[in-house]
Each structure stands twice: as structure tokens, then as C-alpha cells.
Design a protein around this ligand. Structure first.
Ligand code: SF4
Ligand code: SF4
Ligand code: SF4
Length: 323
């Protein structure tokens, strides 16, 4: 009997769903063993019955063996959908960094909901002042939550967007009753560039300022981007953005590094409870760069992971009273 799979998207951009479609031909190999019973990106499935005349307060999602949820939880509707997916799916997978850690939208957690709405609808110089939209919209929650802050999650596949081969790997493991394991190494551990353990000196550079590399030269001839003076979050980011190990001995270069760009941390922390901001400040100092030069440190070093309380509003500054 085919394994039933349900998929849902919450606070998303749609890239995680593209990753599912990007599995490509291997998806054809596993399709005979699975049956998608619910996947809004492909099937028009109404929450309140096919005619929309069902109970308006009750969401209907079919029962499934495996549930895949992308996106964090930003509003009351997404919270209901997350709870219903948990109720209907025996195993629940969080897909992508928004679901695993809150993702880019959780950068909004640096402000209270009121301050965030003021900033977006009233204080922005490029926007005409307006009321916060409310009509026919689900109310926003106080902040953006990672999926596992709202419901129990059994298996997490990070990445923005996640590598399609990890999705296939997770489904194959579940079909075969095998554990799904991801590395606890860092992006640096799998990066083949040349390292000298010291920075070239000077200031932290902007990402597009003349990085030194020879296109298509062997990677050992390219110097580590951070040692060249660029901020690269490889030391504090979980390895694996290239997909699962294939065992064919091929050197797989982390995706951004392969494009001669620094790692921006999309795969999330190396270990669940690590604090990349603190660890990254140490990594920057250890090669002789000044961590104080990292612009907008809290946002930059927590860019994809602002759920789990890592980004929150700062207490208002106390203005000293003059005597
Ligand atoms: S993790 Fe990235 S690709 Fe997936 S929904 Fe979030 S922003 Fe989009
Ligand atoms: S800091 Fe960046 S460029 Fe340097 S080894 Fe780590 S991932 Fe590679
Ligand atoms: S190099 Fe870093 S930011 Fe780029 S895909 Fe890999 S983990 Fe994500």
C-alpha cells in the first residue's frame, strides 16, 4: 500500500516547494511507493470542503503517514494549519529554514508586532501612511515561530532553499524504516579552499569588493574568503547544503562558495542549541578581523534563524537623567 504524504506551506516564499519539484527524475522512482493526498502547490484542496461550505472554523486535511510543512508560523491561520497537520500526520517533517528556524521572515522578531507594523505601514519613507490591514486577514501572532515551537516535529530538513536530494533521502529513509541523519559538521569542514589561519589584514570587506579567485582553478588555489577579509558564516553553519553524501569520492563544494560567494548561514546552526552570533564573533576574532566591524551584527549573524528566541526586541535604551 502506498505511503500517504501530505504537504503544507505556511509563512513561505514557495522556494521549498520548488525544491520538491526539483527532485527531478528520482521522484519518479519513489512515486509508485507514495501517494500525495494533499499538496496545495499541485492540488486544489479546499480547507473547508470542496464546495467551501464546510465548517468555517474547522480545517480539513486528509490523514497521512508523512506530513511535510514548509514555512514558519506568523499568523493564526498558519497556526491552525500546523496543528491540523500534526493531528493528521503520523510523522511530521519541517522543510526549509523558515520551518526549521523561522527563516528570513523571523528577522521581524527584532521588533514588537506594533513597532513592526508601524515601520511597514506608517514610518517607512517610501510608503504612504495607512492602517495595518485587518479585513479578511488572519490576525498576526506576536512574532514568527519556527514550526517546532508550535507542534512537535519528527525530522528537520534545513536550507533556503533545501537541497532536493535531502527531501528524497528523507522520504526513502521513511519508506525503508531507516533513520534520517544529517551531519553535525560545519560548512568550513566541507569547504576545500586553502586556509592559512590568519586574515590578510585590514577591514571586513563588502561582499562584492574584488574577491580573489581564479575561475575553474583547483579549489586549493583559492584562499578562504574569510581570510581574504569577507564575512563568511561557514564556521557556524551546518554542513550539507550540497545534499547527502554520495560516497563517490567527488569533492562537493558548498553551494555559495562554488559560486564565489560567502556562506550566509542558510543551513542554520551546526548543533541545535549553539549560538551562531557568539560563535561567529569568536571565529572572526580568531583570524585577526575585528568583529565590531560586522554591520548590523544581530541581524547578519542570525539572518535565517530568528525563531527559538534568538532574535527579540531589545529593551528600550535608558536615557540617563541629568541632575
Ligand atoms: S526556507 Fe527559503 S525557500 Fe523555503 S520558504 Fe523559506 S525563504 Fe522560501
Ligand atoms: S570561512 Fe567560508 S571560505 Fe573559508 S573555509 Fe569556511 S566556508 Fe570556506
Ligand atoms: S554555502 Fe551557506 S548560505 Fe550557501 S547554500 Fe550553503 S549553507 Fe546556505
Amino acid at each position: 500500500m502506498a505511503v500517504k504524504v501530505a504537504e503544507e506551506w505556511l509563512n513561505i516564499c514557495g522556494g521549498c516547494e520548488v525544491s520538491i519539484l526539483d527532485i527531478g527524475e528520482p521522484l519518479l522512482d519513489i512515486l509508485p511507493a507514495i501517494e500525495f493526498v494533499h499538496i496545495p502547490v499541485l492540488m486544489d484542496h479546499k480547507y473547508h470542503g470542496q464546495t467551501g461550505e464546510g465548517d468555517a472554523h474547522k480545517i480539513e486535511i486528509p490523514e497521512a503517514d508523512v506530513g511535510i510543512v514548509s514555512g514558519g508560523v506568523r499568523n493564526e491561520k498558519e497556526k491552525l494549519v500546523a496543528l491540523e497537520m500534526r493531528k493528521k500526520c503520523k510523522t511530521l517533517i519541517s522543510l526549509g529554514s523558515c520551518a526549521c528556524y523561522g527563516g528570513i521572515p523571523a528577522m521581524a522578531n527584532m521588533w514588537s508586532l506594533t513597532d513592526m507594523c508601524d515601520k511597514v505601514y506608517r514610518d517607512s519613507k517610501s510608503t504612504e501612511k495607512a492602517d495595518t490591514p485587518k479585513e479578511n486577514l488572519p490576525p498576526l501572532l506576536d512574532k514568527v515561530y519556527a514550526l517546532d515551537e508550535v507542534v512537535k516535529v519528527d525530522l528537520a530538513i534545513p536550507g533556503c532553499a533545501p537541497h532536493p536530494d535531502w527531501i528524497k533521502e528523507a522520504l526513502v529513509c521513511l519508506l525503508n524504516g531507516k533513520p534520517f541523519v544529517m551531519s553535525e559538521k560545519s560548512v568550513c569542514d566541507e569547504c576545500p579552499v586553502k586556509r592559512e589561519k590568519k586574515a590578510a589584514g585590514g577591514e571586513i570587506k563588502r561582499p562584492l569588493e574584488g574577491m580573489q579567485f581564479k575561475q575553474d582553478a583547483p579549489w586549493e588555489e583559492t584562499r578562504c574568503f574569510m581570510e581574504q577579509g569577507y564575512l563568511c558564516l561557514g564556521p557556524v553553519t551546518k554542513a550539507g547544503c550540497v545534499g547527502p553524501a554520495t560516497g563517490d569520492g567527488e569533492v562537493k563544494v558548498p553551494r555559495c562558495i562554488k559560486g564565489y560567494m560567502t556562506c550566509r548561514g542558510c543551513f542554520g546552526p551546526v548543533k541545535k542549541d549553539s549560538n551562531p552570533l557568539v560563535d561567529m564573533m569568536g571565529a572572526v576574532s580568531s583570524i585577526g578581523l575585528d568583529p565590531k566591524q560586522v554591520m548590523d551584527r544581530r541581524a547578519t549573524l542570525n539572518r535565517y534563524i530568528g525563531g527559538h528566541g534568538l532574535l527579540r526586541p531589545l529593551p528600550a535604551k535608558q536615557v540617563p537623567v541629568k541632575k
